[in-house]
Design a protein around this ligand. Structure first.
Ligand code: NOJ
Length: 527
């Protein structure tokens, strides 16, 4: 029986190093995830997406994979992974794992071979030009995208030097990943999140980027970009889809694809390709009614045209947590200036409204661990603890992404707040004592209970999830839309109170309301 579970699933992102530590070494692990399964089931999510857990030198938090068919001892063993998959299934949760096909670790046996002068064809090695790298491509983490090896040739790495890019024109690379996918599907995983899904295929001529060079970390603006979002990636995904379709149980793929516009994203989820793709336009949009509405419309339009559901996401392990983003002045673009003042109370209030908006939209949604606790970005981590390669590669000018990766506070009054028995690999703010899961559990007004209620209602009420929506008339700054049958969502992003439309009942509101929806608040109504 087809359930299409993925068309409206709410998927909880587990950043494994920071969820919970079962072994007492200060780093999150599989035992920690297993110990928190009751939290996810109680929260009411449908699936977990677990960031890379494979053997890795951790040059980029595990996105540098040395062996795709094993588990890093830091996180546990293959048996632990198998147990987690089974226990999650028993708890009604599906498990999606992270597949990293654009690059391996420099400690992967293939790259070690390449360095010793054998089989370099599985990576992208080239002669330099005028004593420098083969072209002007930049690494996403800063600096050139090329590193020179002992014999004078260079290899490509769009990320850290410890993450050499694979050569996807090589049949062996393709065959290897097909085999890896089958290997994990055989172990019962329900799907894969595809890392850098827009990056695998490069223009074989490796042309200079020229003027577009500065935009490496931004979605590509120009068509025919030499290393982002090239047509050739789609052939790869068609072959992967054929594999997942051959397994029982609706196994799925979600693409991490940073592309220019929704129509380009839709290409990844055409019939016969991937199931869903992250909607980063929504994540990057500021707290502004008109801009959000435009993103919602363009996403639904483009994805609907190929028959795919939209997805919605507010935060992940690569971006500033949205409580902090929304607590700053709201610019037109995705700009985020860490030196700008932030009002966390405003950010929190908007985050409460934002999750009601997100969970009322048609499609599927992703939650990033800790957002259900209202965690903010930790922007004052001492530089001595920073681990994101961005910090080093930018010559200590960009702090990077550690601030959204600080271990979760579960219980107790002081760090590590029940994260584990051995401290936490990044220091947690003392103020998180008031944000622990334990302290929020019995507080009806807490963020945790807002998420729990929203997910419970979303699951119980047929109006939510997959389907269509209709905008209703509203003044500037207010979003009002209907979901059939019989639900209206109001989100007030203006500075004025908005009178509550006629309704039968209030399903849920982000703040206590009577008569009007105040600024930066949202409500779900039955009509
Ligand atoms: C995207 C991942 O989300 C990010 O954390 C990682 O650094 C890059 N891909 C490289 O794998």
């Amino acid at each position: 029986m087809t359930t299409n579970w993925w068309r409206d699933a709410v998927i909880y992102q587990v950043y494994i190093r920071s969820l919970a530590d079962g072994s007492g070494d200060g780093v999150g692990d599989i035992a920690g995830i297993r110990s928190r399964l009751p939290h996810f089931a109680d929260l009411g999510v449908d699936a977990l997406w677990i960031t890379p857990w494979y053997p890795s030198p951790m040059a980029d938090g595990g996105y540098d994979v040395a062996d795709y068919r094993d588990i890093d001892p830091l996180f546990g063993s293959l048996d632990d992974a198998q147990r987690l998959i089974e226990e999650a299934h028993d708890a009604g949760l599906r498990v999606i794992i992270d597949l990293v096909p654009n690059h391996t670790s420099d400690q992967h046996p293939w790259f070690k071979d390449a360095l010793s002068g054998h089989r370099r064809d599985r990576y992208v090695f080239r002669e330099g030009r005028d004593g420098g790298p083969p072209n002007d491509w930049r690494s996403v983490f800063g600096g050139p995208a090329w590193t020179r090896v002992d014999d004078g040739t260079w290899y490509l790495h769009l990320f850290a030097p410890e993450q050499p890019d694979l050569n996807w024109d090589h049949p062996e690379v393709r065959a290897e990943f097909e085999s890896i996918i089958r290997w994990w599907l055989d172990r019962g995983v329900d799907g894969f999140r595809i890392d850098v899904a827009h990056g695998l295929v490069k223009d074989p001529a490796l042309p200079d980027l020229g003027a577009d060079r500065e935009d490496i970390a931004e979605p590509p603006r120009r068509a025919d970009h030499p290393h982002w979002d090239r047509e050739g990636v789609h052939e790869v995904y068609r072959s992967w889809r054929a594999i997942s379709d051959s397994y029982a149980g609706e196994r799925v793929f979600v693409a991490e694809a940073w592309v220019a516009k929704p129509e380009r994203l839709a290409n990844y989820v055409r019939p016969g390709e991937l199931h869903t793709a992250f909607n980063f336009d929504f994540l990057r949009c500021s707290w502004h009614a008109g801009r959000l509405r435009a993103v919602i419309d363009s996403s639904l339009h483009a994805l609907g045209a190929v028959g795919a559901p939209a997805t919605w996401v507010l935060s992940n392990h690569d971006v500033v947590r949205h409580v902090t983003r929304y607590g700053r002045a709201q610019h037109t673009g995705p700009r985020h200036d860490p030196d700008e003042p932030v009002d966390l109370a405003v950010g929190l209030r908007r985050a409460r409204a934002a999750v009601l908006l997100m969970l009322a939209l048609p499609g599927s949604a992703y939650l990033y661990q800790g957002e259900e606790l209202g965690l903010w970005e930790v922007e004052d981590l001492p530089v001595s603890v920073l681990q994101d390669p961005t910090w080093q590669r930018s010559g200590h000018t960009v702090r990077g992404r550690d601030g959204c990766r600080v271990p979760l506070p579960w219980s107790g009054d002081e760090p590590p707040f029940g994260f584990g028995g051995g401290g936490a690999w990044l220091p947690q703010p003392a103020e998180w004592a008031m944000l622990t899961a334990q302290s929020q559990k019995d507080d009806p007004g807490s963020m945790l209970n807002l998420y729990r209620e929203a997910l419970r209602i979303r699951r119980a009420h047929e109006a939510f999830g997959d389907g269509t929506m209709t905008w209703l008339d509203s003044p500037e700054g207010v979003l009002v839309f209907a979901r059939d049958p019989g639900v209206i969502c109001v989100v007030n992003l203006s500075a004025d109170n908005f009178p509550i439309p006629d309704h039968r009942g209030v399903l849920l509101s982000s703040v206590p309301i009577s008569g009007t929806v105040p600024p930066d608040a949202a409500v779900w109504l039955t009509v």
